[in-house]
Design a protein around this ligand. Structure first.
Ligand code: UD1
Length: 357
């Protein structure tokens, strides 16, 4: 199942790898947590993912409302289909909602990207991760910290599988597709040419954009960075709403773009001097491509991207963000790719699911 933008890239390789096992019937469920064409529909085309078998059309709402809508609709599907496994990915509200429903119907739950912890329970995703892992039957882990965290929480070692990272399976597949096609077709191709060298920015965490003081400090850092090089910034709907509400003024060298499809976004960030982000996935993807990354957060649940990869944890203060940006730019392409981030994680997941069936 998938619900929000970062889920679609994780289920695509899992679905593709299921095709290698003719006995497997795999149904795709979209909870509808994200529903705008540019946040959802466009991704299915871009990611080589067939349209979902079911769309629960849950939409937006408070956390409780959104989670409840997903649970109610998903319960009906589960009762009708009675699958052997429900495979949930990541840490969004849809992940939590579907794992609870499945488990209460005695359907086994496999959590892909299990064990990651920021140890910051003010993040909704941390609560989603902890609750999902507390009831999952199998844990598919992307990095060593995930295994360590699960063991520390008392999960049985035989249920934990370090398989690598499906996000990177998707990335490598998409890099291949991008190399084969005419990149001039992207609406941002001319802008990229004009702006090179440039930074690429994404920003959407509630802790960064929902608090006026924090958002103003981050905006001041971005304006300072923009004086050194232009920034390309696809803007998440939450962020646009908060920019308008707080009347955030950004430099004209920060180019505001609509949310982009996966491939167009990759086309831009792979050649950025520095990626500035608060996304989880981009920390991993930049690590896989050795692109310098500055994470605008106080913590990360993906520590391997800092210890081995190209990521610098900048914090959320104006001066620390600018300082991290300057070090990242100076350092240039760097880091090593963590074990098993080799494009074969989804195949390993199926090997386990079929063995324990
Ligand atoms: C969700 C995930 C977050 C993930 C992010 C990626 C949770 C708790 N958070 O956050 O982990 O990194 O997705 O985007 O699950 N909206 C639209 N169109 C849409 C979807 C949302 O305009 O298609 C707007 C609505 O105003 C909505 C707001 O964005 O209220 C927030 O959407 P929501 O799904 O609650 O959380 P995200 O911030 O997107």
């Amino acid at each position: 199942m998938a619900g929000a933008r970062p889920n679609f890239m994780k289920i695509a390789p899992i679905w593709r790898a299921s095709r290698m096992h003719p006995g497997v019937v795999c149904r795709i469920i979209h909870t509808g947590q994200h529903y705008d064409l540019e946040m959802s529909g466009a991704f299915f085309d871009d990611l080589d993912l067939p349209m979902p078998d079911f769309n629960l059309e849950a939409g937006s709402g408070s956390h409780a409302v959104q989670t409840a809508k997903i649970m109610t609709a998903f319960e009906e599907i589960c009762q009708r289909e009675m699958p052997d496994w429900v495979v949930v990915v990541g840490d969004v509200n849809s992940t939590l909602a579907c794992s609870i429903v499945a488990k209460k119907l005695l359907i086994r739950v496999a959590h892909v990207e299990a064990g990651l912890r920021s140890f910051d329970t003010t993040m909704p995703e941390e609560i989603n991760r902890m609750v999902t892992d507390s009831i999952s039957d199998r844990f598919f882990v992307t990095e060593e910290s995930g295994e360590r965290n699960l063991l520390a929480e008392g999960k049985p070692v035989e249920r934990i599988h370090v398989v690598g990272n499906v996000m990177i399976d998707n990335l490598l597949h998409q890099v291949g597709l991008l190399e084969q096609e005419d990149n001039g077709r992207f609406p941002t191709a001319a802008l990229k040419r004009e702006c090179t060298p440039f930074c690429f920015l994404t920003l959407h965490r509630p802790s960064n954009v929902d608090e006026r003081d924090t958002f103003e400090g981050i905006a001041a850092a971005l304006n300072e960075i923009a004086a050194e090089q232009p920034i390309l910034f696809p803007v998440h709907p939450r962020t646009s709403k908060m920019m308008a509400q707080f009347d955030i003024r950004l430099s004209t060298r920060i180019h505001l773009l609509p949310p982009l499809g996966f491939r167009e976004s990759l086309f831009l960030w792979k050649d950025a001097d520095v990626v500035l982000t608060d996304s989880g996935g981009l920390q991993e993807e930049t690590t896989a491509m050795h692109v310098p990354c500055v994470t605008i957060r106080e913590n990360t649940e993906r520590p391997v991207t800092v210890s081995m990869g190209s990521n610098i944890l900048a914090g959320i203060r104006q001066d620390s963000i600018v300082e991290a940006y300057r070090s990242a730019r100076q350092r240039g392409k760097s880091g090593t790719v963590p074990p098993y981030w080799d494009g074969k994680a989804a195949e390993r997941i199926w090997d386990v699911l079929l063995k324990v069936h």
